[in-house]
Ligand binder design. Structure first.
Ligand code: NAP
Length: 244
C-alpha cells in the first residue's frame, strides 16, 4: 500500500473525481478527510465506504471559498486525523456563459471556489506540512485553463490561475519537501459534464476517442502523491491527448 500512515484532505469528495480520489487513496492505506459543500448523504456514503476499508474518515462540510470555514476544517482534521500530509484541491464549480452576458457574481463565484478555495486550503494546511517537512499538494486544473473555451471565461481564468499558483507554491516550499503539482483533466464522465448534448463532437476531438473515467484521474493523483518523488511544479494532462 502506497499511502499507509498518511492522512489526506480531498476537497469536493462527495461526488465525481474527488470521490474517486478519496476512495483510491483509502484503498492505498490513507485516512481521509472528505470535504464537501452541500450533499451530506453523498459525502456520508463516501466516508462509510472508507471506514469499511478499515481507514479513518472525517466528514468535513465546508465551503472552500470561505477562509474561516477552511481554517476551522483544518483544525478539526488535525484533531481527528492527527495532521494533513496530502491535500487535493479538487472542489470546483462552473457557471458558463459568454463573457458579454456573464454577471460579475458568476465571475466571482467561479474564481472564489476554483482558485481562492485552493489558496485558502493550502494556507490552512501548510504549517502542518512544514513542521513535518513532508507534504503533497495537487491542484485540479483543466485543459481549458491552458487553451481556453468559449463560454468559460470565469472557469478557464480560474483554472489558468491554479497553474500559476501551483508553480509558485512548488518553488516556495520545495526546500520543505512539499511537492506541488496540478492535474489537468480533459473531459471526464461526471455530473459536471453529464447531460452535454455535444458529447459526440467532443469525443471526436479526443485522440483516444472517448471521455476519461474518474478512476483514470484518481490513478494520476495517486502517482503524484506516491511514486513521483522528483516531480514538482508540473501540470499533468489527463485528457486522452486532447491537449499535448
Ligand atoms: P462534480 O461532479 O460537479 O463535483 C464537484 C464537487 O465539488 C462536489 O463534491 C461538490 O460538493 C464540491 N464543491 C463544489 N463547490 C464547493 C465548495 N464551495 N466547497 C466545497 N466543495 C465544493 O465535479 P467533477 O467533474 O468531479 O470535477 C472535480 C474537479 O475536476 C473540479 O475542480 C473540476 O473543475 C475539475 N475538472 C473536471 C473535469 C470534468 O470533465 N469533469 C474536467 C476538467 C477539470 P457537493 O456535492 O456538496 O455539492
Amino acid at each position: 500500500m502506497k499511502l499507509e500512515g498518511k492522512s489526506a484532505l480531498i476537497t469536493g469528495a462527495s461526488r465525481g473525481i474527488g470521490r474517486e480520489i478519496a476512495l483510491l487513496f483509502a484503498e492505498e492505506g490513507a485516512d481521509v478527510a472528505v470535504n464537501y459543500r452541500s450533499r451530506d448523504d453523498a459525502a456520508r456514503e463516501v466516508a462509510e465506504m472508507i471506514e469499511g476499508m478499515g481507514r479513518k474518515a472525517l466528514l468535513c462540510r465546508a465551503d472552500v471559498s470561505d477562509s474561516e470555514d477552511v481554517r476551522s476544517m483544518a483544525r478539526s482534521i488535525v484533531d481527528g486525523l492527527g495532521g494533513v500530509d496530502i491535500l487535493v484541491n479538487n472542489a470546483g464549480v462552473v457557471q458558463d456563459g459568454l463573457l458579454s452576458r456573464m454577471s460579475t457574481d458568476s465571475w466571482n463565484r467561479v474564481v472564489e471556489v476554483n482558485l481562492t478555495g485552493a489558496f485558502n486550503c493550502i494556507k490552512a494546511v501548510l504549517p502542518v506540512m512544514m513542521r513535518r517537512r513532508w507534504g503533497r499538494i495537487i491542484n485540479m486544473t483543466s485543459v481549458v485553463g491552458q487553451v481556453g473555451n468559449p463560454g468559460q471565461a470565469n472557469y478557464s481564468a480560474a483554472k489558468a490561475g491554479l497553474i500559476g499558483l501551483t508553480r509558485t507554491v512548488a518553488r516556495e516550499y520545495s526546500s520543505r519537501n512539499i511537492l506541488v503539482n496540478a492535474i489537468s483533466p480533459g473531459f471526464i464522465d461526471t455530473d459536471m459534464t453529464g447531460g452535454s448534448d455535444r458529447l459526440d463532437r467532443i469525443e471526436a476531438m479526443i485522440p483516444l476517442g472517448r471521455m476519461g473515467t474518474r478512476r483514470e484521474v484518481a490513478q494520476a493523483a495517486l502517482f503524484l502523491v506516491s511514486d513521483a518523488t522528483y516531480t514538482t511544479g508540473t501540470v499533468l494532462n489527463v485528457s486522452g491527448g486532447l491537449v499535448m
